[in-house]
Design a protein around this ligand. Structure first.
Ligand SMILES: *Cc1c(COP(=O)(O)O)cnc(C)c1O
Length: 380
């Protein structure tokens, strides 16, 4: 079975992880700061803080900008549930902004209209979580201007977009945002098994993230000089959201290979686009001004296509596929919070026609051909 996504881990990663296993530190050693520094450089950000996973990254990013009970967070309904759950963890109210039907990203026009309404109703959000669907950056220049006008914090959820470059620089440079979060789950562009990262240009936010990921505990040279080596102080109510050195060592090697992964994904997408151009599928449209690190190859199925049957037939031909995503507001738990079918019609339409075909760097040409042939045959 060809999976829809899969990690690419080589002997170099095996050696790096083994070296950590044989060292003095399995966690809180030198690999985590080395990975943070390398990632910071890649993302062209001021600081990078490694955490245990992408969901923890979002949770801490929300806490760092002070999101709490009584506040409101808006995000895209066309994302993984974690993009919204992070607001709920903080006791905030969560709402959504509908998507642009071409890219699947948050629609700046819809955002503008919703902000005007919210201003009149005195219910402006404190935080906007902007998701870069499939790896293509949302229009941060437009969204950033709106957020600035209404004094809203922006967190970019770049779980899909590690390695993407925009006209305003690398995703993660926080040019139009306060913080950017990444996930290193094995289906993402680079992996640490479980892992995440937050980048920012604000030293105070970085400091807060570092405290929050480790119980809110401060331990530094000044405190030690005053009170002894053993001394530490809890300053905030934090968590254990640390990344281990085993994970960071894996991440360091993966990060070195990022450009190769991005190029490989781009050439696979290019080949899909050419080979599927004559079908009834709606192929991904990409912004020519971006150098996109594609996480997903999402196609739009034609009207009347029985997706369930197509997925089953693909499976019988050895081809895995996946749907990205069930709109968050239609999840049972979110419906219990008062959301309904019809609330975000463009996201719902997108979902109805979505199918993600296999895309991963180690995918062989004959494997991709198998997917292409199966799609041609099944769409006839
Ligand atoms: C994967 C993902 C997350 C969560 O990351 P984890 O590392 O699995 O916790 C959050 N948002 C989006 C858009 C994702 O794709």
């Amino acid at each position: 079975m060809i999976p829809y996504g899969r990690q690419d881990v080589s002997s170099e990663e095996y050696a790096a992880v083994l070296a950590v296993l044989q060292s003095d530190w399995l966690t809180q050693g030198p690999s985590v700061p080395a990975f943070e520094e390398a990632f910071r450089g890649m993302a062209c950000a001021g600081e990078a803080v490694a955490v245990s996973n992408g969901t923890a990254a979002l949770h801490l990013a929300c806490l760092a900008v002070g999101l709490g009970p009584g506040d409101i967070l808006w995000t895209s309904p066309m994302s993984f549930v974690a993009s919204a759950n992070c607001g709920m963890y903080c006791g905030a109210k969560v709402d959504f902004v509908d998507i642009d039907s071409v890219t699947g990203n948050m629609c700046p026009d819809a955002l503008g209209e919703k902000l005007q309404e919210a201003e009149r109703a005195n219910s402006l959000p404190k935080v906007l979580v902007v998701v870069h669907y499939a790896g293509q950056s949302a229009l941060m220049n437009l969204i950033g201007n709106l957020a600035q006008r209404y004094n809203i914090k922006i967190i970019e959820d770049a779980s899909h977009a590690c390695g993407t470059r925009t006209p305003w620089g690398a995703v993660g440079n926080c040019h139009f945002s306060d913080l950017t979060t990444f996930s290193f789950h094995p289906v993402k562009t680079i992996t640490t098994a479980e892992g995440g990262m937050v980048t920012t240009n604000d030293h105070n936010l970085a400091k807060k993230l570092q405290l929050l990921r480790s119980h809110g505990i401060e331990k530094n040279a000044a405190l030690s000089d005053l009170n002894g080596q053993w001394y530490y102080e809890q300053r905030l109510l934090g968590f254990n959201y640390r990344m281990s050195d085993l994970q960071a060592a894996l991440g360091l090697v993966q990060l070195k290979r990022l450009q190769n992964f991005v190029q490989r994904r781009q050439s696979l997408v290019h080949r899909y686009n050419k080979a599927l151009a004559d079908t009834s599928l709606t192929l991904p449209l990409s912004d020519p001004d971006q150098d996109i690190s594609w996480h997903l190859y999402r196609v739009g199925l034609p009207k009347g296509c029985d997706r369930q049957k197509l997925i089953e037939n693909l499976r019988q031909r050895g081809v895995g596929s996946q749907v990205h995503y069930i709109p968050i507001h239609l999840q049972p738990w979110y419906k219990q919070q008062g959301f309904h079918k019809g609330d975000f019609p463009k996201a719902e339409e997108w979902y109805q026609h979505s199918l993600s075909l296999p895309l991963f760097p180690a995918m062989m040409e004959d494997e991709q051909q198998q997917v292409i042939d199966a799609m041609h045959e099944l769409l006839e």
